[in-house]
Design a protein around this ligand. Structure first.
Ligand code: TXA
Ligand code: MG
Length: 335
């Protein structure tokens, strides 16, 4: 097993040379996958409609789904957005660089290919040093959705990206495993008031604290297709996933002794179950940060067993788990 997979030749650790090569590829309209603190992004020059066309084709993403533009610092906000509400500046200064995306009124020059034809643009300054170094070297906005095919689990390592996209991407910068692990919190200002469109590890409480004001009800009046992460079946493994509380999960396994299952739970496999047909039991971390950081890698791992189902234990109800609750609901959704 010593021969590298063909895709591994695409992966480069982040060195000045690799960054120069990555920036050159972006300038030529190519695609570069790069690490962020949340998940790996599939990057293209945000001002090059041809490059964006290829990005959408590789993602397999519908054309009316906008992508986030990554920028190097909050100073660049006004190059991309106009009529920026005071609250947006406050959030940018409080949380950037970091896992927060702001949806703002776009400037005229921002291509339709980035915004999905809408009059808004999603902007974010990532905190991963590799992402910041690439932005610095490229000196422009990098449009990047998560570096997975549309609707699948987001990648949190360079190897995940290579497995998913292979040679459809020109270069993969390897910045190690992502430290946050779930996608950024998305905040929009549809009527000037901040609203969370997609929960992330920066939670509503933290945002309210910084703004000194209550957030309006989430998702109200926002049509679903505007945020692809709001499609119910997003972020799904291939194996059907079932979300059950601890008691129901154990009961279900007892009842389906003939089915091969894989499990993601926050407790070790009980001795009473060792005889049943459990292909894999992944014990997930107890706290929300560690759970989030390992979530997609755990689901990918369990997805490899070709089990009849992945049984996932529900997580605590409190706010610090809301991004995880959201991703688990989508992973287990059957419409
Ligand atoms: O953490 C993240 O946000 C990662 C890393 C790579 O930055 N990116 C990410 O991108 O999750 P993506 O494309 O998989 O999800 C971005 C979400 C989509 O649901 C998209 O619809 C929404 O952001 N979005 C982007 N621009 C928007 C806009 N103008 N209006 C509404 N939603 C927007
Ligand atoms: Mg995505």
């Amino acid at each position: 097993m010593s021969s590298p997979s063909p895709a591994s030749t695409l992966i480069q650790t982040i060195t000045p040379d690799a960054l120069a090569q990555a920036a050159a590829i972006l300038r030529q309209g190519g695609l570069v996958a790069f690490p962020t603190e949340t998940v790996y992004g599939l990057g293209a020059d945000a001002c090059n409609p041809q490059a964006l066309k290829r990005l959408y084709a590789v993602k397999g993403r519908p054309k009316n789904h906008p992508v986030i533009v990554h920028i190097g610092s909050a100073d660049q906000l006004s190059a991309w957005a106009k009529d920026i509400p005071e609250a947006a500046w406050t959030l940018a200064h409080a949380f950037w660089p970091g896992p927060l995306t702001l949806i703002l009124q776009k400037k005229e020059h921002v291509p339709d290919a980035v915004t999905g034809g809408q009059d808004t643009v999603g902007l974010r300054v990532p905190s991963h040093p590799g992402a910041l170094a690439l932005l610095q070297k490229f000196q422009g906005g990098i449009a990047a959705p998560s570096a997975n095919r549309f609707g699948k689990l987001s990648p949190t390592t360079a190897t995940h990206v290579a497995e998913d996209l292979g040679h459809d991407v020109d270069l993969i910068l390897d910045g190690g495993p992502c430290t946050v692990g779930v996608e950024s919190t998305i905040v929009a200002f549809p009527d000037g008031e901040p609203r969370i469109l997609r929960p992330g590890m920066i939670g509503a409480e933290q945002i309210q604290q910084v703004l000194g004001a209550k957030l309006t009800d989430t998702k109200k009046n926002i049509p679903a297709p505007r945020v692809s992460g709001s499609l119910s079946s997003h972020y799904a493994p291939r194996t059907p996933a079932h979300l059950l509380d601890r008691e129901a999960l154990l009961q279900e396994i007892q009842n389906h002794r003939l089915e091969m299952v894989a499990v993601l739970a926050r407790f070790p496999i009980p001795e009473t179950l060792t005889g049943s047909r459990i292909l894999a039991w992944q014990q997930a971390p107890e706290n929300a940060e560690d759970y989030a950081r390992t979530l997609y890698a755990n689901l990918r791992q369990l997805d490899q067993y070709q089990a009849a189902g992945i049984y996932v234990e529900t997580v605590p109800e409190d706010e610090s788990w809301s991004a995880i609750q959201d991703r688990l609901r989508r992973a287990s959704y059957r419409g």
